[in-house]
Structure formats: structure tokens, C-alpha cells
Design a protein around this ligand. Structure first.
Ligand code: KIV
Ligand code: NA
Length: 278
């Protein structure tokens, strides 16, 4: 086992060997995903929704991201760790964006950052890369700017929109991104985007032709069940396992079945006698 590098990821383009990426936000999940041999762990700003209980990703702060990115990087041995840049951390000025990317590397100890946007973000991305931080792009449905997109909708469905996505992907490649997340894009359009660039595309709701696939771990394991987007495959329902464990604990405590003798500390008669005598 060896630490995955940016070069490893880039070299997977066109090899027919898909890149795997999942999210993690803390020690137990980072360890599970890393041990499973997943290529990239994303500490996504989905953190806000699946862990912190926000309704969307807009509210997530730099401090919250770094708190969780550092928990993950302390726990991971092999996977490449990408830290998401939260809304407001890279769209104010190039200087602020570079400063915040630096913080994600310095305090979070991530291997790279990800930020949302195409052509419009190219100057920001170039500056971050020039300062020494690798960047993963993210186009299509960009949750941080869903309001401006008119909601959580599939992107790239008109000829102009598809062309714009291709141009965005090329701009991200030119800016120096090592890969691009494609979110909620019709499969044939994602295929065109994938063919148009020489860096890997990693799809979420973007069909089979991307160079890799990403899902939110809490969605695909059934831990987050507030809603499940169409593009999520639920591989497990661990919420049911956890719920039944909690229900069993409650019932056993209420019925004095837990703790048993084997969970309790005892003392011998001599030791106990001294205490009682006193
Ligand atoms: O925040 C996140 O989990 C993401 C993935 C959905 C790509 O950005
Ligand atoms: Na994100």
C-alpha cells in the first residue's frame, strides 16, 4: 500500500481503470474508506448537510471544514485527501482564495482542494495552483450556487448549456486542475465533456462514461436518510442497524438486563469488608 498522488490520479485518464472517490468527515469513516482502497477521500462541504444538520451547504465555514479535514487527514494512510472550499472562501477575491486554500493545506493537511465553478473561476484556480496547492474542479450542478442555477436541476440539457460545460471543462484543464467533478449531467453530455479534456472526470449523477465515480458516503450507506437523490445507489441501510442497537440498549437498561456481571467491576469480600466496617 502506497499513498495515492496527484500524478497517480492524472495518469488514470484513458486507462479504462475507473477512479473511486467517496466522502468522509471524521476518524471512523476515513479509516473505513481508506482501508477499502478508495483512491480519493473528499471532505466535502456536504459535511454541512449530512453531519452538521444544515439545510444546504452555503452556511459551512472554513473553521468547520478545517476541523473535519484535519480529522480525516490524521486518520488516512493511502487515499488522496481533497478538502472542499466552502461558499465564501474563494469567491470574494483571488487573494482571499489563495489564503484559504493555504489554510486547508496548512491546518487541514489536505493533499488538494476542490472548488465549484468553470471559466469564471479559472483565474482563482490558476492563482491557487501557482501558490502550490493542487485543485480539483467541480462543474454541472454546483450546490453552492444552486440558487443562481434555479434549483437542484440536471445541467447541460440544451445545446448551449452542453457547449458551455465543455468550455468550462477545458478552462479548468487549462487552469491546471488535476481532475474535474461532473455533477448531475446527462450521461451523453458527460461523455462529451470527458472526451474533450485530458484530465480525469469524476462523475456524480453523470453516467458511466466518466473516468471515475464519486458518492456521498452517508448517502450510499443509508446513514443520511432525509432524502436520496436519483443518482445515489444505497449499498446499505446502516441507519436501521444503528436504530435497532439503540432500541435494544434502551430496552435492556429499562428492563435491568444491561449491564450484566461481565460488564461490572467487583471487589473481594476482604476489600469490601474494610469499607463497610469504616
Ligand atoms: O461536498 C461534496 O460531497 C461534493 C461531492 C458531492 C462531489 O462536492
Ligand atoms: Na461539495
Amino acid at each position: 500500500n502506497k499513498k495515492t498522488t496527484i500524478i497517480n490520479i492524472k495518469s488514470r485518464k484513458g486507462t479504462g481503470q475507473p477512479i473511486t472517490m467517496l466522502t468522509a468527515y471524521d476518524y471512523p469513516w476515513a479509516v473505513l474508506v481508506d482501508r477499502a482502497g478508495i483512491d480519493i477521500i473528499l471532505v466535502g462541504d456536504s459535511l454541512g448537510m449530512v453531519v452538521l444538520g444544515y439545510d444546504d451547504t452555503i452556511s459551512v465555514t472554513m473553521d468547520e471544514m478545517i476541523h473535519h479535514i484535519s480529522a480525516v487527514t490524521r486518520s488516512v494512510k493511502n487515499s488522496l485527501v481533497v478538502g472542499d472550499m466552502p461558499f465564501g472562501s474563494y469567491n470574494v477575491s483571488i487573494e482571499k482564495a489563495v489564503e484559504n486554500a493555504n489554510m486547508i493545506m496548512k491546518k487541514g493537511r489536505a493533499d488538494a482542494v476542490k472548488l465549484e465553478g468553470g471559466k469564471n473561476m479559472a483565474p482563482v484556480i490558476k492563482a491557487i495552483i501557482n501558490s502550490g496547492t493542487p485543485v480539483q474542479g467541480h462543474i454541472g450542478l454546483t450546490p453552492q450556487t444552486a440558487s443562481a442555477l434555479g434549483g437542484f436541476k440536471v445541467q447541460g440539457k440544451s445545446a448551449e448549456a452542453a457547449q458551455a460545460l465543455i468550455e468550462d471543462a477545458k478552462a479548468l484543464e487549462d487552469a491546471g486542475c488535476f481532475s474535474i467533478v461532473l455533477e448531475a449531467i446527462p450521461a451523453p453530455i458527460a461523455k462529451m465533456v470527458t472526451k474533450a479534456v485530458s484530465i480525469p472526470t469524476i462523475g456524480i449523477g453523470a453516467g458511466i462514461h466518466c473516468d471515475g465515480q464519486v458518492l456521498v458516503t452517508h448517502d450510499m450507506t443509508g446513514l443520511f436518510d432525509r432524502f436520496t437523490p436519483k443518482f445515489v445507489k444505497q449499498y446499505a441501510k446502516i441507519n436501521e442497524i444503528i436504530s435497532s442497537a439503540i432500541a435494544e440498549f434502551k430496552s435492556e437498561v429499562e428492563n435491568r438486563k444491561f449491564p450484566e456481571e461481565k460488564h461490572s467491576f467487583t471487589m473481594n469480600a476482604d476489600e469490601l469488608g474494610k469499607i463497610i466496617d469504616n
